[in-house]
Design a protein around this ligand. Structure first.
Ligand code: ADP
Length: 643
């Protein structure tokens, strides 16, 4: 029961797909064999009369050929099915005839009739004068060779014979199984079955090594056939011709018949038509309805282009081909050591090279996938690490900024309180009437010195605030370098003397003027010279300059405590001091160099340091050099790129 249901489903599915094929054939047929030039305006009309129905296995191959070779922009095609395997009674035949006659009387006349298989050809020839008079008829799939040959004398009919390859298939069976002695030919009560059986029986004795027997449903019911079939064992084979109808006219569609055969016998099944291949038959020299139809359509094309039918003889050679199913051969233990190159073997396992190529592709794809994933994960992990590090760095920076701010607050309170205390303390002393004139003068000096110190602190804070707010009141002018630096030397001579330091100015006669903001330039030198004196206990402080390409390079060099190389950059940041400790040996706010850097940058230059610890430091800065030209004095900014 289950099997029956499965069978019904399979038949239904096949019917369904065949109906789709039919629909495609009738409605969409988009391909060409027929010449595009046959008719541009009016489509020629073709009617196919098929012996069977759209479910019939040969039809699917014919439909494929029609679909591929007929261009529906030039041809209209209708299909009429005779259902001859299913209905053979006279009543049905009469109904079909009436039905077709009615259709032909109502439709526009056809230009050509295609006829598939014997039953339809016999019918068409019978009614040629009534229904198809004078119309070209092209057939294919005709087993009745005599009837087909006769059409060479018919001025309206030609086509392709379906010449089954009986001898070749019997030889093939013997080649595959040299021990084979008995071959059972299965035929039935259908017209084509009878015709084919006769042809096999005519060849009886052709291969003396094989005894050919009939297993004929024309004389047996399906159940009698089943009983006989089950008895067959050993070195035997089946040659399936037809299994549609038993002696009681009971009908089985092709695939149902094939399943019935497989269920009741383990013998290898040979066939002469391509349908059934990959469905349980071992193989054979098979007729391919696709090729049959293709040949017939070529003939039809010639006729519609105007060639006389008399000039086209019936094609008697069938383009048959040896097909085998490896799976079935293996089941029947018939796999030969080698296959001749002209045999087509389906379901053959891939060769080693093909297999290894297949595996190579597979391994390559898997490898690529794994590599891709690995790359992604490594990239992802690295990125995550990077982000983590950035986060840690940001946290460290934030805490460093906090530290620096605290240090700055400590410094500033120290830098303001110390001179303030000095000023207030000595001012009080001054108020005392007992203080001598000499002491008063020295107190006033101290007060003035502390006031200057305080003023410096206030100036630095104001400068850094200006720089940070981006508010700059820069005024560029041509400045006499010697004059400015000689003033500086004089200003610092006294302070340097107090520390027993020599202060030296190295003049350069090749450079006279620099384009800069005078106040900025003075502040830059003051910051650098202050530091040089502050961080030097003995030796000298040297100031100099030189022309380097388009730039003037200034320097302030000392023989002081020096700076370790890892701090060369950081000392130019706000609040940075090498001696970041509570012991305020040198004083200062840690702002001088960051102000210097900002001023130099705003005038288009760069600042950097070279230093060796305990040997000394040299601070350099550059400014763009402008050749002396009186015109520059009118508008020096034209020549100075100020950022
Ligand atoms: P400060 O007010 O502390 O001098 P600066 O910004 O001018 O601030 O300098 C930052 C730090 O750079 C100083 O605290 C000192 O550690 C270092 N420094 C600057 N100039 C010199 C120098 N000529 N010799 C040694 N160290 C120096």
């Amino acid at each position: 029961m289950l099997l029956d249901n499965a069978l019904i489903m399979r038949v239904k599915n096949r019917a369904c797909s065949l109906h789709y094929c039919l629909l495609i054939v009738v409605l969409f047929l988009p391909f060409n064999l027929f010449s595009q030039k046959v008719r541009e305006t009016k489509r020629q009309r073709i009617c196919l009369i098929d012996s069977y129905n759209s479910n019939f296995p040969t039809y699917i191959h014919s439909a494929k050929a029609i679909q591929e070779f007929i261009d529906t922009t030039h041809y209209h095609i209708d299909v009429e099915f005779m259902n001859s395997k299913e209905f053979v009674d006279d009543v049905y035949v009469q109904h079909f005839h009436d039905f077709l006659s009615y259709k032909l009387s109502k439709r526009k006349p056809y230009d050509l009739f295609l006829v598939a298989d014997d039953y339809a050809l016999e019918y068409v020839l019978k009614y040629e004068q009534d229904l198809f008079k004078g119309k070209p008829i092209v057939f294919w799939g005709i087993n009745n060779i005599d009837l087909a040959r006769k059409q060479n004398a018919n001025a309206h009919c030609t086509g392709v014979v379906e010449d089954i390859s009986i001898k070749e298939t019997i030889n093939l069976a013997k080649t595959l199984n040299p021990k084979l002695e008995e071959m059972y030919v299965i035929s039935d009560n259908s017209e084509s079955g009878k015709t084919d059986l006769n042809r096999v029986l005519n060849l009886k004795g052709y291969n003396t090594a094989i005894n050919v027997h009939e297993l004929n449903l024309a004389e047996l019911s399906f159940s009698e056939f089943e009983t006989n079939l089950k008895k067959l064992k050993g070195e035997k084979a089946l040659l399936l011709l037809s299994l549609y109808r038993d002696k009681d006219f009971k009908y089985k569609p092709f695939y149902e018949g094939l399943d019935f055969l497989k269920k009741n016998s383990d013998l290898p099944i040979y066939h002469l038509w391509k349908h059934g291949l990959n469905e349980g038959i071992v193989g054979g020299f098979l007729i391919h309805h696709y090729r049959q139809t293709q040949e017939a359509l070529k003939i039809a094309d010639q006729i519609l282009k105007g060639k006389a039918i008399e000039e086209i003889p019936v094609l008697e050679e069938s383009p048959n081909q040896c097909y085998l199913d490896y799976k079935e051969l293996k089941k029947a233990k018939l796999v030969p050591s080698t296959f001749p190159s002209d045999w087509i073997v389906i379901n053959k396992p891939s060769s080693f090279i093909q297999m290894s190529r297949k595996y190579a592709y597979l391994i390559l794809s898997v490898g690529l996938l794994v590599f891709g994933l690995l790359f992604f994960f490594i990239y992802y992990a690295k990125r995550e690490n990077l982000l983590k590090n950035e986060l840690i760095q940001a946290q460290l920076d934030a805490s460093k900024v906090d530290e620096l701010k605290n240090a700055f607050l400590n410094n500033i309170s120290h830098e303001i309180r110390t001179p303030m205390n000095g000023i207030l303390g000595f001012a009080e002393f001054l108020a005392s009437p007992d203080v001598s004139m000499e002491d008063r003068v020295s107190y006033l000096d101290i007060i003035s010195e502390n006031s200057n110190q305080l003023l410096n602190v206030v100036n630095e804070i104001v400068d850094i605030a200006k720089v940070q707010s981006g508010h700059s009141d820069i005024k560029m002018e041509l400045i006499d370098i010697d004059g400015l630096l000689s003033d500086m030397e004089r200003e610092y001579k006294k302070i340097a003397d107090q520390k027993n330091l020599e202060i030296r100015l190295i003049k350069n006669i090749s450079v006279k003027k620099v384009c800069a903001d005078r106040l900025y330039l003075q502040k830059i030198f003051r910051n650098l010279i202050d530091n040089a004196i502050k961080f030097t206990d003995d030796g000298c402080v040297e100031i100099g300059y030189d022309k380097k390409g388009d730039l003037i390079e200034f320097y302030v060099k000392d023989t002081g405590i020096g700076i370790s190389e890892d701090l060369f950059k950081t000392i130019f940041e706000n609040f940075r001091q090498v001696q970041e400790s509570d012991i305020r040996e040198y004083g200062g706010l840690g702002l001088g160099l960051s102000i210097t850097r900002a001023f130099v940058k705003s005038m288009g230059g760069k600042v950097w340091v070279e230093s060796v610890e305990n040997v000394g430091s040299c601070f350099y800065f550059t400014l763009p050099y402008v050749d002396y030209d009186p015109a520059l004095l009118i508008n020096p900014n034209v020549f100075c790129e100020v950022n």
